[in-house]
Write a protein that binds this ligand. Structure first.
Ligand SMILES: Cc1cc2nc3c(=O)[nH]c(=O)nc-3n(C[C@H](O)[C@H](O)[C@H](O)COP(=O)(O)OP(=O)(O)OC[C@H]3O[C@@H](n4cnc5c(N)ncnc54)[C@H](O)[C@@H]3O)c2cc1C
Length: 549
Protein backbone atom coordinates (compact mmCIF):
# COMPACT_ATOMS: atom_id res chain seq x y z
CA UNK A 1 0.00 0.00 0.00
CA UNK A 2 1.26 3.46 -0.85
CA UNK A 3 1.98 5.90 1.92
CA UNK A 4 0.28 9.28 1.43
CA UNK A 5 3.64 10.99 1.68
CA UNK A 6 4.86 8.95 -1.29
CA UNK A 7 5.21 11.45 -4.11
CA UNK A 8 4.12 8.68 -6.55
CA UNK A 9 0.64 8.49 -5.05
CA UNK A 10 -1.63 10.68 -7.13
CA UNK A 11 -5.13 9.19 -7.03
CA UNK A 12 -7.19 8.18 -4.03
CA UNK A 13 -5.26 10.25 -1.52
CA UNK A 14 -8.23 11.78 0.27
CA UNK A 15 -9.85 8.41 0.95
CA UNK A 16 -6.52 6.89 1.96
CA UNK A 17 -5.83 9.70 4.42
CA UNK A 18 -9.38 9.49 5.79
CA UNK A 19 -8.59 5.96 7.06
CA UNK A 20 -6.11 7.38 9.56
CA UNK A 21 -6.18 9.72 12.52
CA UNK A 22 -3.30 12.18 12.78
CA UNK A 23 -2.07 13.84 15.95
CA UNK A 24 -1.78 17.10 14.04
CA UNK A 25 -3.13 18.46 10.75
CA UNK A 26 -1.24 21.52 9.47
CA UNK A 27 -3.24 23.49 6.90
CA UNK A 28 -1.17 25.62 4.50
CA UNK A 29 2.29 24.62 3.23
CA UNK A 30 4.07 27.96 3.00
CA UNK A 31 7.18 28.77 5.04
CA UNK A 32 5.21 28.71 8.30
CA UNK A 33 3.24 25.49 7.72
CA UNK A 34 6.28 23.57 6.48
CA UNK A 35 8.24 24.65 9.56
CA UNK A 36 5.39 23.67 11.92
CA UNK A 37 4.99 20.26 10.26
CA UNK A 38 8.73 19.57 10.47
CA UNK A 39 9.03 20.66 14.09
CA UNK A 40 6.02 18.57 15.17
CA UNK A 41 7.18 15.49 13.22
CA UNK A 42 10.66 15.79 14.73
CA UNK A 43 9.02 15.70 18.19
CA UNK A 44 7.40 12.38 17.30
CA UNK A 45 3.85 13.49 16.41
CA UNK A 46 2.02 11.94 13.47
CA UNK A 47 1.57 14.94 11.19
CA UNK A 48 -0.34 15.71 8.01
CA UNK A 49 0.68 18.82 6.03
CA UNK A 50 -1.87 19.98 3.45
CA UNK A 51 -1.98 22.71 0.83
CA UNK A 52 -4.67 23.51 -1.72
CA UNK A 53 -1.87 24.25 -4.22
CA UNK A 54 1.82 23.54 -4.42
CA UNK A 55 4.28 23.93 -1.56
CA UNK A 56 5.16 27.65 -1.31
CA UNK A 57 2.64 28.57 -3.99
CA UNK A 58 1.42 31.52 -1.87
CA UNK A 59 3.51 34.34 -0.39
CA UNK A 60 6.47 32.09 0.27
CA UNK A 61 7.57 32.11 -3.39
CA UNK A 62 7.11 35.88 -3.80
CA UNK A 63 9.47 37.20 -1.13
CA UNK A 64 12.56 39.37 -1.59
CA UNK A 65 14.64 36.20 -1.07
CA UNK A 66 16.70 37.58 1.79
CA UNK A 67 17.42 35.71 5.00
CA UNK A 68 18.22 38.85 6.80
CA UNK A 69 19.63 40.14 10.00
CA UNK A 70 16.72 42.55 10.32
CA UNK A 71 18.24 45.86 9.23
CA UNK A 72 14.76 47.34 8.94
CA UNK A 73 13.93 46.43 12.56
CA UNK A 74 17.27 47.87 13.60
CA UNK A 75 16.42 51.24 12.12
CA UNK A 76 13.13 51.14 14.08
CA UNK A 77 14.91 50.19 17.32
CA UNK A 78 13.19 46.75 17.53
CA UNK A 79 16.26 45.07 18.97
CA UNK A 80 14.47 41.88 20.11
CA UNK A 81 13.46 41.17 16.53
CA UNK A 82 16.98 41.88 15.28
CA UNK A 83 18.44 39.41 17.75
CA UNK A 84 15.90 36.78 16.70
CA UNK A 85 16.64 37.35 12.98
CA UNK A 86 20.41 37.08 13.54
CA UNK A 87 19.99 33.90 15.53
CA UNK A 88 17.64 32.27 13.01
CA UNK A 89 19.89 33.25 10.13
CA UNK A 90 22.83 31.46 11.80
CA UNK A 91 20.67 28.37 12.32
CA UNK A 92 19.47 28.37 8.69
CA UNK A 93 23.03 28.70 7.38
CA UNK A 94 23.85 25.56 9.37
CA UNK A 95 20.69 23.60 8.47
CA UNK A 96 20.71 24.41 4.73
CA UNK A 97 24.09 25.82 3.65
CA UNK A 98 23.29 24.95 0.02
CA UNK A 99 20.23 27.23 0.04
CA UNK A 100 21.07 29.99 2.49
CA UNK A 101 24.24 31.72 1.39
CA UNK A 102 26.18 34.61 2.82
CA UNK A 103 26.34 37.39 0.26
CA UNK A 104 27.75 40.89 0.01
CA UNK A 105 25.06 43.51 0.59
CA UNK A 106 25.75 47.07 -0.51
CA UNK A 107 23.73 50.10 0.45
CA UNK A 108 24.49 52.60 -2.26
CA UNK A 109 24.87 56.11 -0.89
CA UNK A 110 23.67 59.05 -2.91
CA UNK A 111 25.12 62.58 -2.86
CA UNK A 112 25.09 64.11 -0.31
CA UNK A 113 25.52 60.86 1.57
CA UNK A 114 25.86 61.77 5.22
CA UNK A 115 22.17 61.57 5.99
CA UNK A 116 22.00 57.89 5.00
CA UNK A 117 25.46 56.82 5.98
CA UNK A 118 25.50 57.43 9.71
CA UNK A 119 22.19 55.86 10.73
CA UNK A 120 22.88 52.76 8.62
CA UNK A 121 26.46 52.46 9.89
CA UNK A 122 25.33 52.91 13.44
CA UNK A 123 22.68 50.20 12.91
CA UNK A 124 25.16 47.75 11.43
CA UNK A 125 27.56 48.37 14.34
CA UNK A 126 24.72 47.64 16.74
CA UNK A 127 23.88 44.43 14.90
CA UNK A 128 27.50 43.39 15.35
CA UNK A 129 27.19 43.98 19.08
CA UNK A 130 23.96 41.99 19.24
CA UNK A 131 25.58 39.06 17.44
CA UNK A 132 28.47 39.14 19.94
CA UNK A 133 30.90 40.03 17.15
CA UNK A 134 29.82 37.17 14.84
CA UNK A 135 28.84 39.72 12.18
CA UNK A 136 31.64 40.83 9.86
CA UNK A 137 32.18 44.58 10.31
CA UNK A 138 30.62 46.83 7.68
CA UNK A 139 32.93 48.98 5.56
CA UNK A 140 32.54 52.11 3.51
CA UNK A 141 33.47 51.74 -0.17
CA UNK A 142 34.20 54.71 -2.39
CA UNK A 143 32.68 55.51 -5.74
CA UNK A 144 35.39 53.72 -7.75
CA UNK A 145 34.98 50.49 -5.73
CA UNK A 146 31.21 50.70 -6.10
CA UNK A 147 31.49 51.15 -9.87
CA UNK A 148 33.87 48.15 -10.04
CA UNK A 149 31.50 45.95 -8.04
CA UNK A 150 28.46 47.02 -10.08
CA UNK A 151 29.61 47.66 -13.66
CA UNK A 152 26.01 47.57 -14.98
CA UNK A 153 24.65 50.11 -12.51
CA UNK A 154 24.67 53.82 -13.39
CA UNK A 155 26.60 55.10 -10.38
CA UNK A 156 26.86 58.78 -11.47
CA UNK A 157 24.37 59.92 -8.84
CA UNK A 158 26.04 57.79 -6.14
CA UNK A 159 28.91 58.62 -3.89
CA UNK A 160 29.94 55.15 -2.75
CA UNK A 161 28.43 52.50 -0.54
CA UNK A 162 28.26 50.71 2.78
CA UNK A 163 29.13 47.04 2.41
CA UNK A 164 28.20 44.33 4.88
CA UNK A 165 27.20 40.66 4.86
CA UNK A 166 23.75 39.13 4.98
CA UNK A 167 22.15 36.08 3.34
CA UNK A 168 20.16 35.27 0.20
CA UNK A 169 18.04 32.23 -0.60
CA UNK A 170 15.71 30.69 -3.14
CA UNK A 171 12.48 31.00 -1.16
CA UNK A 172 10.40 28.30 -2.87
CA UNK A 173 13.21 25.76 -2.76
CA UNK A 174 13.93 26.53 0.90
CA UNK A 175 10.27 25.85 1.80
CA UNK A 176 10.36 22.67 -0.25
CA UNK A 177 13.48 21.57 1.61
CA UNK A 178 11.72 22.15 4.95
CA UNK A 179 8.75 20.09 3.69
CA UNK A 180 11.20 17.35 2.70
CA UNK A 181 12.60 17.61 6.23
CA UNK A 182 9.08 17.12 7.60
CA UNK A 183 8.61 14.07 5.40
CA UNK A 184 11.98 12.63 6.48
CA UNK A 185 10.83 13.02 10.08
CA UNK A 186 7.69 11.00 9.25
CA UNK A 187 5.09 13.64 8.24
CA UNK A 188 2.64 12.98 5.41
CA UNK A 189 2.60 15.80 2.88
CA UNK A 190 -0.21 16.28 0.37
CA UNK A 191 -0.35 19.16 -2.10
CA UNK A 192 -3.43 20.11 -4.17
CA UNK A 193 -5.62 18.95 -1.28
CA UNK A 194 -7.80 21.90 -0.31
CA UNK A 195 -9.33 22.20 3.13
CA UNK A 196 -12.99 23.18 2.71
CA UNK A 197 -13.95 23.26 6.36
CA UNK A 198 -13.32 22.07 9.89
CA UNK A 199 -15.10 19.09 11.45
CA UNK A 200 -16.26 20.24 14.88
CA UNK A 201 -17.65 17.82 17.47
CA UNK A 202 -18.73 18.88 20.98
CA UNK A 203 -17.22 22.28 20.28
CA UNK A 204 -13.75 20.85 19.46
CA UNK A 205 -12.04 20.70 16.05
CA UNK A 206 -11.52 17.00 15.27
CA UNK A 207 -10.92 16.86 11.54
CA UNK A 208 -10.70 18.59 8.17
CA UNK A 209 -13.02 18.29 5.16
CA UNK A 210 -10.83 18.15 2.08
CA UNK A 211 -11.19 18.14 -1.69
CA UNK A 212 -8.44 16.59 -3.78
CA UNK A 213 -7.80 18.79 -6.82
CA UNK A 214 -6.05 15.92 -8.63
CA UNK A 215 -8.98 13.49 -8.72
CA UNK A 216 -11.95 15.50 -7.38
CA UNK A 217 -12.54 13.22 -4.35
CA UNK A 218 -13.73 14.65 -1.05
CA UNK A 219 -13.24 13.17 2.42
CA UNK A 220 -12.96 14.04 6.10
CA UNK A 221 -9.60 13.37 7.71
CA UNK A 222 -9.52 12.96 11.49
CA UNK A 223 -6.95 14.68 13.69
CA UNK A 224 -6.53 15.34 17.40
CA UNK A 225 -5.33 18.91 16.86
CA UNK A 226 -5.06 21.40 14.04
CA UNK A 227 -2.79 24.31 13.14
CA UNK A 228 -3.77 26.78 10.44
CA UNK A 229 -0.89 28.54 8.68
CA UNK A 230 -2.75 30.23 5.85
CA UNK A 231 -0.63 33.37 5.48
CA UNK A 232 -2.74 36.07 3.78
CA UNK A 233 -5.68 33.62 3.64
CA UNK A 234 -5.88 33.61 7.45
CA UNK A 235 -9.54 33.94 8.39
CA UNK A 236 -10.82 32.38 5.15
CA UNK A 237 -11.74 29.08 6.86
CA UNK A 238 -14.33 28.63 9.57
CA UNK A 239 -12.57 27.73 12.83
CA UNK A 240 -15.69 27.48 15.01
CA UNK A 241 -15.47 30.93 16.63
CA UNK A 242 -12.49 33.25 16.27
CA UNK A 243 -11.58 33.22 19.98
CA UNK A 244 -7.97 34.40 20.37
CA UNK A 245 -6.97 33.57 16.76
CA UNK A 246 -5.05 36.39 15.03
CA UNK A 247 -6.41 38.20 11.99
CA UNK A 248 -4.39 39.69 9.14
CA UNK A 249 -4.51 42.81 6.98
CA UNK A 250 -2.43 41.76 3.97
CA UNK A 251 -0.01 44.24 2.41
CA UNK A 252 1.07 43.76 -1.19
CA UNK A 253 4.70 43.77 -2.33
CA UNK A 254 5.72 43.60 -5.99
CA UNK A 255 9.00 42.52 -7.58
CA UNK A 256 10.29 42.67 -11.14
CA UNK A 257 12.54 40.02 -12.69
CA UNK A 258 14.98 41.95 -14.85
CA UNK A 259 17.96 40.90 -17.06
CA UNK A 260 20.92 40.65 -14.68
CA UNK A 261 22.46 44.00 -13.74
CA UNK A 262 23.74 42.91 -10.31
CA UNK A 263 26.27 40.03 -10.01
CA UNK A 264 24.84 36.71 -8.78
CA UNK A 265 24.53 36.43 -4.99
CA UNK A 266 25.10 40.13 -4.47
CA UNK A 267 22.47 42.50 -3.10
CA UNK A 268 22.26 46.23 -3.65
CA UNK A 269 19.91 48.79 -2.16
CA UNK A 270 19.58 52.35 -3.42
CA UNK A 271 17.15 55.11 -2.56
CA UNK A 272 14.19 55.62 -4.87
CA UNK A 273 14.64 58.95 -6.66
CA UNK A 274 11.05 59.99 -5.93
CA UNK A 275 10.22 59.06 -2.34
CA UNK A 276 13.62 58.15 -0.87
CA UNK A 277 12.64 54.58 0.12
CA UNK A 278 15.22 51.83 -0.37
CA UNK A 279 14.61 49.47 -3.30
CA UNK A 280 16.59 46.23 -3.23
CA UNK A 281 18.13 44.46 -6.21
CA UNK A 282 19.02 40.82 -5.52
CA UNK A 283 21.40 39.19 -8.01
CA UNK A 284 20.12 35.72 -8.91
CA UNK A 285 22.12 33.57 -11.33
CA UNK A 286 20.94 35.04 -14.63
CA UNK A 287 18.49 37.73 -13.62
CA UNK A 288 18.02 40.39 -10.97
CA UNK A 289 15.05 40.36 -8.56
CA UNK A 290 14.05 43.95 -7.92
CA UNK A 291 11.67 45.21 -5.28
CA UNK A 292 9.69 45.83 -3.35
CA UNK A 293 6.63 47.99 -2.94
CA UNK A 294 4.26 48.25 0.00
CA UNK A 295 0.57 48.70 -0.81
CA UNK A 296 -2.58 47.65 1.04
CA UNK A 297 -4.53 44.75 -0.49
CA UNK A 298 -8.11 45.44 0.46
CA UNK A 299 -9.81 42.64 -1.44
CA UNK A 300 -9.57 38.89 -1.98
CA UNK A 301 -5.98 37.53 -1.64
CA UNK A 302 -6.70 35.29 -4.63
CA UNK A 303 -6.72 38.42 -6.81
CA UNK A 304 -3.33 39.77 -5.90
CA UNK A 305 -1.75 41.53 -8.88
CA UNK A 306 0.77 44.37 -9.20
CA UNK A 307 -0.92 47.73 -9.76
CA UNK A 308 0.11 50.21 -12.47
CA UNK A 309 1.42 52.47 -9.71
CA UNK A 310 3.76 49.79 -8.33
CA UNK A 311 5.08 48.96 -11.80
CA UNK A 312 5.69 52.63 -12.59
CA UNK A 313 7.48 53.04 -9.23
CA UNK A 314 9.89 50.16 -9.84
CA UNK A 315 10.47 51.15 -13.48
CA UNK A 316 11.40 54.67 -12.37
CA UNK A 317 14.08 53.22 -10.06
CA UNK A 318 15.28 50.95 -12.89
CA UNK A 319 15.56 53.87 -15.33
CA UNK A 320 17.43 55.95 -12.73
CA UNK A 321 20.09 53.37 -11.88
CA UNK A 322 20.41 51.13 -14.97
CA UNK A 323 20.32 51.23 -18.74
CA UNK A 324 17.73 48.41 -18.89
CA UNK A 325 14.83 49.37 -21.19
CA UNK A 326 11.42 48.84 -19.58
CA UNK A 327 10.39 46.38 -22.31
CA UNK A 328 13.30 44.09 -21.34
CA UNK A 329 11.76 43.38 -17.92
CA UNK A 330 10.90 39.65 -17.77
CA UNK A 331 7.92 39.77 -15.44
CA UNK A 332 6.18 41.46 -12.50
CA UNK A 333 5.01 39.40 -9.52
CA UNK A 334 3.03 40.52 -6.48
CA UNK A 335 2.76 38.71 -3.14
CA UNK A 336 0.97 39.45 0.12
CA UNK A 337 2.60 40.01 3.50
CA UNK A 338 0.37 38.42 6.14
CA UNK A 339 0.55 41.44 8.48
CA UNK A 340 -1.05 40.68 11.82
CA UNK A 341 -3.34 42.95 13.79
CA UNK A 342 -1.99 43.88 17.18
CA UNK A 343 1.63 42.65 17.18
CA UNK A 344 4.04 44.27 19.59
CA UNK A 345 7.40 45.93 18.93
CA UNK A 346 9.17 42.71 19.90
CA UNK A 347 7.02 40.32 17.82
CA UNK A 348 5.86 40.39 14.23
CA UNK A 349 3.77 37.22 14.40
CA UNK A 350 1.05 35.87 16.61
CA UNK A 351 -0.48 32.47 17.35
CA UNK A 352 -3.69 31.98 19.21
CA UNK A 353 -6.52 29.43 19.61
CA UNK A 354 -9.95 29.63 18.08
CA UNK A 355 -12.93 28.68 20.27
CA UNK A 356 -12.78 25.13 18.86
CA UNK A 357 -9.06 24.73 19.68
CA UNK A 358 -7.57 25.38 16.23
CA UNK A 359 -4.21 27.12 16.61
CA UNK A 360 -3.93 29.93 14.06
CA UNK A 361 -0.40 31.14 13.30
CA UNK A 362 0.11 34.31 11.24
CA UNK A 363 2.71 36.92 10.39
CA UNK A 364 6.48 36.62 10.62
CA UNK A 365 8.78 35.91 7.75
CA UNK A 366 10.72 33.14 6.10
CA UNK A 367 13.81 34.02 8.14
CA UNK A 368 12.06 33.37 11.46
CA UNK A 369 9.62 30.60 10.42
CA UNK A 370 11.51 27.97 12.44
CA UNK A 371 11.29 30.01 15.67
CA UNK A 372 7.58 30.73 15.06
CA UNK A 373 7.01 27.01 14.53
CA UNK A 374 8.80 26.12 17.76
CA UNK A 375 6.55 28.46 19.72
CA UNK A 376 3.43 27.20 17.93
CA UNK A 377 4.24 23.53 18.54
CA UNK A 378 5.01 24.22 22.23
CA UNK A 379 1.60 25.85 22.46
CA UNK A 380 -0.36 23.11 20.70
CA UNK A 381 1.39 20.41 22.78
CA UNK A 382 0.22 22.16 25.94
CA UNK A 383 -3.39 22.32 24.68
CA UNK A 384 -6.06 19.87 25.93
CA UNK A 385 -6.14 18.11 22.52
CA UNK A 386 -2.52 16.90 22.76
CA UNK A 387 -1.80 16.95 26.46
CA UNK A 388 -1.86 13.14 26.58
CA UNK A 389 0.62 12.78 23.71
CA UNK A 390 4.20 12.10 24.76
CA UNK A 391 6.43 14.37 22.69
CA UNK A 392 10.18 14.88 22.52
CA UNK A 393 11.83 18.28 22.97
CA UNK A 394 12.18 20.57 19.97
CA UNK A 395 15.06 19.54 17.66
CA UNK A 396 14.36 21.75 14.66
CA UNK A 397 17.49 23.88 15.20
CA UNK A 398 19.78 20.86 15.35
CA UNK A 399 18.59 18.42 12.68
CA UNK A 400 19.97 19.45 9.28
CA UNK A 401 17.62 19.62 6.30
CA UNK A 402 17.81 16.62 3.94
CA UNK A 403 19.90 18.40 1.29
CA UNK A 404 22.51 19.72 3.72
CA UNK A 405 25.86 18.31 2.55
CA UNK A 406 27.69 15.97 4.94
CA UNK A 407 30.67 18.36 4.96
CA UNK A 408 31.10 22.13 4.74
CA UNK A 409 29.78 23.60 1.47
CA UNK A 410 33.27 24.54 0.22
CA UNK A 411 34.47 21.00 0.70
CA UNK A 412 31.31 19.63 -0.92
CA UNK A 413 32.05 21.76 -3.99
CA UNK A 414 35.68 20.63 -3.95
CA UNK A 415 34.59 16.98 -3.89
CA UNK A 416 32.65 17.57 -7.12
CA UNK A 417 35.39 19.35 -9.00
CA UNK A 418 36.10 16.26 -11.11
CA UNK A 419 32.47 15.67 -12.17
CA UNK A 420 32.65 15.62 -15.99
CA UNK A 421 30.02 18.33 -16.50
CA UNK A 422 30.14 22.06 -17.20
CA UNK A 423 31.24 23.78 -13.94
CA UNK A 424 28.22 26.11 -14.10
CA UNK A 425 25.84 23.13 -14.19
CA UNK A 426 27.62 21.43 -11.27
CA UNK A 427 27.45 24.69 -9.29
CA UNK A 428 23.76 25.11 -10.18
CA UNK A 429 22.90 21.61 -8.95
CA UNK A 430 25.01 21.74 -5.78
CA UNK A 431 23.46 25.04 -4.73
CA UNK A 432 19.91 23.82 -5.22
CA UNK A 433 19.98 20.19 -4.13
CA UNK A 434 23.04 20.02 -1.84
CA UNK A 435 23.75 16.37 -1.06
CA UNK A 436 20.69 15.34 -3.09
CA UNK A 437 22.51 16.56 -6.23
CA UNK A 438 24.21 13.16 -6.41
CA UNK A 439 20.83 11.63 -7.38
CA UNK A 440 20.64 14.05 -10.32
CA UNK A 441 24.23 13.32 -11.36
CA UNK A 442 23.30 9.60 -11.34
CA UNK A 443 20.34 10.24 -13.63
CA UNK A 444 22.54 12.13 -16.05
CA UNK A 445 25.13 9.36 -15.98
CA UNK A 446 22.42 6.81 -16.85
CA UNK A 447 20.94 8.96 -19.65
CA UNK A 448 23.18 11.62 -21.17
CA UNK A 449 20.21 13.40 -22.79
CA UNK A 450 18.77 14.16 -19.36
CA UNK A 451 21.78 16.44 -18.84
CA UNK A 452 21.14 18.69 -21.84
CA UNK A 453 19.93 22.25 -21.09
CA UNK A 454 16.17 22.75 -21.28
CA UNK A 455 16.38 26.42 -22.18
CA UNK A 456 19.13 28.45 -23.91
CA UNK A 457 19.11 31.07 -21.11
CA UNK A 458 19.01 28.69 -18.13
CA UNK A 459 21.18 25.90 -16.65
CA UNK A 460 18.29 23.54 -15.72
CA UNK A 461 18.33 20.02 -17.19
CA UNK A 462 15.62 17.36 -17.78
CA UNK A 463 16.95 15.18 -14.94
CA UNK A 464 15.70 17.87 -12.55
CA UNK A 465 12.15 17.52 -13.87
CA UNK A 466 12.15 13.77 -13.25
CA UNK A 467 13.55 14.36 -9.77
CA UNK A 468 10.93 17.05 -9.07
CA UNK A 469 8.08 14.70 -10.00
CA UNK A 470 9.45 11.62 -8.29
CA UNK A 471 10.83 13.17 -5.09
CA UNK A 472 9.53 16.72 -4.70
CA UNK A 473 5.73 16.52 -5.25
CA UNK A 474 5.79 18.45 -8.58
CA UNK A 475 2.30 17.87 -9.98
CA UNK A 476 1.76 20.65 -12.49
CA UNK A 477 3.71 22.43 -15.20
CA UNK A 478 3.56 25.57 -13.03
CA UNK A 479 5.18 23.78 -10.06
CA UNK A 480 8.20 23.01 -12.22
CA UNK A 481 8.42 26.29 -14.17
CA UNK A 482 8.08 28.67 -11.17
CA UNK A 483 9.13 26.85 -8.01
CA UNK A 484 11.22 23.69 -8.59
CA UNK A 485 13.23 25.45 -11.32
CA UNK A 486 13.53 29.08 -12.48
CA UNK A 487 12.73 28.32 -16.12
CA UNK A 488 9.97 30.95 -16.05
CA UNK A 489 12.40 33.76 -15.13
CA UNK A 490 13.60 34.39 -18.68
CA UNK A 491 12.86 36.81 -21.51
CA UNK A 492 10.33 34.33 -23.00
CA UNK A 493 8.94 33.24 -19.58
CA UNK A 494 10.30 29.74 -20.24
CA UNK A 495 8.44 29.26 -23.56
CA UNK A 496 11.44 27.52 -25.17
CA UNK A 497 11.30 24.82 -22.47
CA UNK A 498 7.54 24.42 -22.01
CA UNK A 499 6.87 21.68 -24.56
CA UNK A 500 9.81 19.63 -23.30
CA UNK A 501 8.74 19.97 -19.66
CA UNK A 502 5.12 19.06 -20.52
CA UNK A 503 6.25 16.00 -22.45
CA UNK A 504 8.55 14.82 -19.67
CA UNK A 505 6.03 15.41 -16.87
CA UNK A 506 3.21 13.94 -18.94
CA UNK A 507 5.12 10.69 -19.37
CA UNK A 508 5.78 10.40 -15.64
CA UNK A 509 2.34 11.49 -14.45
CA UNK A 510 0.28 9.79 -17.17
CA UNK A 511 -1.19 12.98 -18.64
CA UNK A 512 -3.55 12.57 -21.57
CA UNK A 513 -3.06 15.03 -24.48
CA UNK A 514 -6.06 16.98 -23.11
CA UNK A 515 -4.49 17.19 -19.67
CA UNK A 516 -1.18 18.29 -21.23
CA UNK A 517 -3.02 21.08 -23.02
CA UNK A 518 -4.87 22.06 -19.85
CA UNK A 519 -1.55 22.38 -18.02
CA UNK A 520 -0.18 24.59 -20.75
CA UNK A 521 -3.28 26.81 -20.79
CA UNK A 522 -3.06 27.23 -17.02
CA UNK A 523 0.60 28.16 -17.25
CA UNK A 524 -0.17 30.69 -19.98
CA UNK A 525 -2.78 32.28 -17.71
CA UNK A 526 -0.09 32.65 -15.04
CA UNK A 527 2.30 34.15 -17.58
CA UNK A 528 -0.47 36.58 -18.49
CA UNK A 529 -0.75 37.56 -14.81
CA UNK A 530 2.96 38.43 -14.62
CA UNK A 531 3.15 40.09 -18.05
CA UNK A 532 -0.04 42.07 -18.41
CA UNK A 533 0.78 44.42 -15.48
CA UNK A 534 3.74 45.45 -17.63
CA UNK A 535 1.29 46.24 -20.43
CA UNK A 536 2.44 43.39 -22.65
CA UNK A 537 0.43 40.67 -24.41
CA UNK A 538 1.20 37.00 -23.75
CA UNK A 539 3.14 35.41 -26.61
CA UNK A 540 1.82 32.05 -27.83
CA UNK A 541 4.00 29.14 -26.69
CA UNK A 542 4.61 26.18 -29.02
CA UNK A 543 2.22 23.22 -28.64
CA UNK A 544 3.43 20.31 -26.47
CA UNK A 545 5.45 17.66 -28.31
CA UNK A 546 3.89 14.15 -28.39
CA UNK A 547 4.94 12.02 -25.42
CA UNK A 548 6.61 9.39 -27.60
CA UNK A 549 9.53 11.75 -28.34
C1 LIG B 1 6.96 41.26 -1.11
C2 LIG B 1 7.43 40.45 0.07
C3 LIG B 1 8.79 40.36 0.35
C4 LIG B 1 9.21 39.60 1.44
N1 LIG B 1 10.55 39.43 1.64
C5 LIG B 1 10.98 38.64 2.63
C6 LIG B 1 12.37 38.37 2.77
O1 LIG B 1 13.20 38.85 1.99
N2 LIG B 1 12.77 37.56 3.80
C7 LIG B 1 11.86 37.00 4.65
O2 LIG B 1 12.29 36.29 5.56
N3 LIG B 1 10.52 37.20 4.52
C8 LIG B 1 10.07 37.99 3.52
N4 LIG B 1 8.74 38.20 3.35
C9 LIG B 1 7.79 37.60 4.30
C10 LIG B 1 7.52 36.13 3.97
O3 LIG B 1 7.55 35.90 2.58
C11 LIG B 1 6.17 35.71 4.52
O4 LIG B 1 6.05 36.11 5.86
C12 LIG B 1 6.02 34.18 4.48
O5 LIG B 1 6.32 33.69 3.20
C13 LIG B 1 4.59 33.82 4.86
O6 LIG B 1 4.49 32.42 4.83
P1 LIG B 1 3.14 31.71 5.25
O7 LIG B 1 3.42 30.26 5.29
O8 LIG B 1 2.63 32.33 6.49
O9 LIG B 1 2.11 32.10 4.08
P2 LIG B 1 2.00 31.51 2.60
O10 LIG B 1 3.34 31.25 2.01
O11 LIG B 1 1.11 32.41 1.83
O12 LIG B 1 1.30 30.11 2.81
C14 LIG B 1 -0.08 29.95 3.02
C15 LIG B 1 -0.52 28.71 2.27
O13 LIG B 1 -1.87 28.41 2.62
C16 LIG B 1 -2.44 27.75 1.51
N5 LIG B 1 -3.91 27.74 1.64
C17 LIG B 1 -4.75 28.80 1.60
N6 LIG B 1 -6.02 28.38 1.77
C18 LIG B 1 -5.98 27.02 1.91
C19 LIG B 1 -6.97 26.01 2.10
N7 LIG B 1 -8.28 26.30 2.20
N8 LIG B 1 -6.57 24.71 2.19
C20 LIG B 1 -5.25 24.39 2.11
N9 LIG B 1 -4.28 25.31 1.92
C21 LIG B 1 -4.63 26.61 1.83
C22 LIG B 1 -1.95 28.58 0.34
O14 LIG B 1 -2.04 27.85 -0.88
C23 LIG B 1 -0.51 28.88 0.76
O15 LIG B 1 0.42 27.98 0.19
C24 LIG B 1 8.27 38.94 2.26
C25 LIG B 1 6.91 39.03 1.97
C26 LIG B 1 6.49 39.75 0.88
C27 LIG B 1 5.04 39.80 0.52
Amino acid sequence: MHCPCDPHLIMGRAVFLAQQRFDLAVVGAGATGCAVARDAALRGLSVLLLDRGDIASGTSSGSSRMIHGGLRYLMRGQLGLVRECLNERTILCRLAPHLVRRAPFVIALSRPAWREKWPVRFGLGLARQLSAGAEAPSRVINHAALADLLPDVATESLRGGLQFEDCVTRDARLCLEVALGARTAGASVATYLEVLGTEIRDGRAVGVHVRDHLDGEEATIACRAMVQTLGPWTGSLDVGGVGDAPGVAPGRGTHLAVPAFVPADTVVAALHPVDGRYVWAVGMDRYTWLGTTDEPQPDDPDHCRPSEREIAYLLTWLAHYTRTPADHVFLARAALRPLVHGTSRSRDFRCGFSDSGVLVVAGGKITTARAMAEEAVDKILASPALREVVAQPCRSAEVALPGAPPVAMDEWIERHREVPLAPELVHHLLFRYGRRATAIFDRMRADARSGLPLHPERPEVPAEIDHAVEHEWARSLSDVMWRRTELAFTADRGAAAVSHVVARMGRLLGWTPIEAQRQQIRYEAEVDAVLSPLGRPVPVTPAPVPFAI
